[in-house]
Design a protein around this ligand. Structure first.
Ligand code: RFL
Ligand code: PHB
Length: 397
């Protein structure tokens, strides 16, 4: 069946849904094509931290009500190393900014509800998505739904289909400059039923490797420890997991991790990846389809939001003012904020993880960097400014 829309969006992750919602508010029609079911996308456990600009954006767009009610504003974080915890007062270091702990799947639920309520179609469970005619003025998305072939003709395609989706691959390889780094470690993540062990997130460096103590609610906690990315969750009994956390979090100030039944375990790989360019003809990439960060900086979803702000504005200029400049500049503009988030995520990862086979000088450099961050106000400010999120507009020339 042949259909048309102004913008065809591939992927109903944070990038695709946010774009569909913003376009609707600007009077631009879109259709979202998603390969998974609604139940599946609303249940996938991913990010937890929203930067200040992302949280403000969700509020401005009218989709921040539940986040404000059920999310948690964190005004600081802790860095733990050498057996001691050190608090960074984000609010004080950034003129009043903080982060919001609100799970990605809750953001997804809020956005799906808003997008469907404003009449935008999301087709779940689509298959065999293929992009064509990207250099013409009417690109097309071929796909299947319930075994039947479908075609969506549009003015523009937004590739919001994550790292493994087909959009980036639709850009000829010769035009893509891809920068990639795979880290020799992954994160072992758990969800458990327990009260919070700390009022704020703890990023802990130890000789046995990194630990992150995060939270989801007063009764559910999210914890991670650095692991071998090839390891299997089957090798980790609950007792072994708690013993590992306890060894890595051993400290001199009497603080104790609160334990509880573990109900979810998973291992994630860590990579840095940037595709330069984020545009080809009438295809525009946004979010993880164009770039991936290791999770240490809590940046992935937030970078996706930054891309979408620029892309929706550029589409607005095209449709409302008949101006192409912002669309033409999209890739070069968006990538600047992406590089900042990429560098910060790499920097945080290196500062907090120990990698096998490192020499002693690298380990001592790491400790010196951590000392600098907690002892020097400019050092702390640099981390805090990046962590709470640089303004979306800081990168528009
Ligand atoms: P997503 O979320 O991957 O969504 C892409 C969507 O596209 C669909 N798709 C297709 N649809 C149709 N046809 C196809 N052929 C398709 N192929 C794929 C997929 O099903 C999916 O629904 O990309 P998006 O929207 O760019 O969003 C990116 C974020 O999901 C990601 O960057 C964050 O989760 C990263 N991240 C974090 N980001 C933060 O900002 N703060 C954090 O605290 C944070 N913590 C994390 C994280 C990621 C983690 N994992 C699991 C990788 C913690 C973890 C553990
Ligand atoms: C999370 O709560 O899942 C989380 C928090 C901070 C990060 C990464 C993940 O840096």
């Amino acid at each position: 069946m042949k259909q048309t829309s102004q913008v065809g969006i591939i992927g109903a992750g944070p990038a695709g849904l946010l774009l569909a919602h913003m376009l609707h508010l600007e009077g631009i029609a879109s259709v979202v094509l998603e390969q998974r079911s609604r139940a599946d996308i609303e249940a996938t456990i991913k990010a937890g931290v929203l930067e200040h600009p992302t949280a403000e954006l969700l509020k401005q767009l009218g989709v921040g009500e539940r986040m404000q009610r059920e999310g948690y504003l964190h005004r600081g974080i802790e860095l733990s190393f050498g057996g001691k915890r050190h608090r960074l007062d984000l609010e004080d270091l950034t003129d009043g900014k903080a982060i919001t702990v609100y799970p990605q799947h809750e953001v997804i639920k809020d956005l799906v509800a808003a997008v469907l309520a404003n009449g935008t179609r999301i087709e779940f469970g689509v298959d065999a998505v293929r992009l064509a005619a990207l250099e013409s003025d009417q690109p097309v998305i071929h796909y299947q739904r319930d075994g039947a072939a479908q075609e969506l003709y549009c003015d523009f395609i937004a590739g919001c289909d994550g790292f493994h989706g087909p959009s980036r691959q639709a850009i000829p390889q010769a035009l893509r400059q891809e920068h990639a780094k795979v880290y020799p470690s992954g994160w072992f993540g758990i969800l458990c039923e327990a009260p919070p062990s700390s009022d704020e997130l703890i990023y802990a460096q130890s000789d046995r490797g990194f630990v992150l103590v995060s939270t989801r609610s007063p009764t559910v906690q999210r914890l991670y420890f650095q692991c071998d990315p090839q390891d299997s969750v089957d090798n980790w009994s609950d007792d072994r997991i708690w013993a590992e956390f306890q060894q890595r979090l051993a400290n001199q100030d009497g603080w104790q991790l609160k334990k509880g039944p573990i109900f979810q375990k998973g291992i994630i790989a860590m990579r840095s990846f940037i595709c330069e360019t984020m545009q080809y003809g009438r295809l525009f990439l946004a979010g993880d389809s164009a770039h991936i960060v290791p999770p240490t900086g809590a940046k992935g979803l937030n970078l996706a939001a930054g891309d979408v702000v620029l892309l929706s504005r550029a589409l607005h200029s095209h449709y409302r003012r008949n101006q192409q400049d912002a669309l033409d500049a999209y890739s070069a503009t968006a990538i600047q904020r992406v590089w900042r988030g990429e560098h910060f995520s790499w920097w945080m990862t290196n500062m907090l993880h120990d990698f096998e086979g490192e020499d002693s000088i690298t380990r001592r450099f790491r400790r010196s960097q951590l000392d600098y961050v907690v002892k020097s106000r400019p050092g702390a400010q640099s981390l805090a400014e990046n962590y709470v999120g640089l303004p979306f507009d800081a990168w528009i020339n």
